[in-house]
Write a protein that binds this ligand. Structure first.
Ligand SMILES: [Fe+2]
Length: 193
């Protein structure tokens, strides 16, 4: 189900459908990552104009497509300068994320042994990704932050999730290096117009 038509939307959906037919999660995410990079660099897909409008005080999420046949969801995210996420998971879903415009800093974390009801994480790598680059996350290696490090440029990214992610866990740091506390976060959607 398409939220709205946009130039090249069929090409995008066909490429994702072809990737998800691959079977195993690593094969799907490898294929999707390659397809997404090619599609972004090929400039044949034009995302709806609203996707380039940031929201006040938080990043914007706009669902562009949900597959009735395969269950996956395509969500565009818009990041004003400095906007980002806390450490979060993806509710056990695989995800492929591509940078459409601007740049994003992604830091991956490995979950360490818990300390009572406190969670512990260790950063295990970070990248700054520009337009036409894409990465994938396969649980349980799914903990990360995303942030737009720019002072003046909005960033847009496209996220393909294996299912409909309506909530996830976020992890807020406790004072005094005591680790992190887990919270459930409902994920809202901004209108597509
Ligand atoms: Fe994420």
């Amino acid at each position: 189900m398409l939220t709205t038509e946009f130039p090249g939307c069929r090409k995008l959906i066909d490429a994702i459908d072809a990737a998800v037919a691959k079977g195993s999660t690593p094969a799907i995410t490898d294929s999707l990552r390659n397809s997404l990079c090619k599609l972004i660099r090929g400039h044949e897909v034009e995302l709806p104009a609203c996707v380039f409008e940031p929201a006040e005080g938080r990043y914007a999420r706009r669902e562009l497509y949900r597959s009735d046949d395969h269950g996956y969801c395509v969500v565009a995210m818009t990041w004003a300068p400095g906007q980002g996420t806390p450490i979060h998971d993806h509710c056990g879903m695989w995800c492929v994320e591509g940078v459409w415009s601007g740049a994003l800093e992604v830091v991956q974390y490995e979950r360490m042994a818990d300390d009572g009801d406190h969670y512990r994480f260790q950063p295990v790598g970070s990248i700054q990704a520009g337009p036409g680059s894409a990465g994938s996350l396969i649980p349980p290696h799914e903990y990360h932050t995303i942030r737009n490090p720019s002072d003046d440029t909005v960033a847009v990214s496209l996220h393909i999730y294996s299912g409909n992610m309506t909530h996830c866990a976020i992890f807020q740091p406790l004072p005094g290096e005591l680790g992190y506390r887990r919270h459930d976060r409902q994920l809202g959607l901004d209108p597509v117009h």
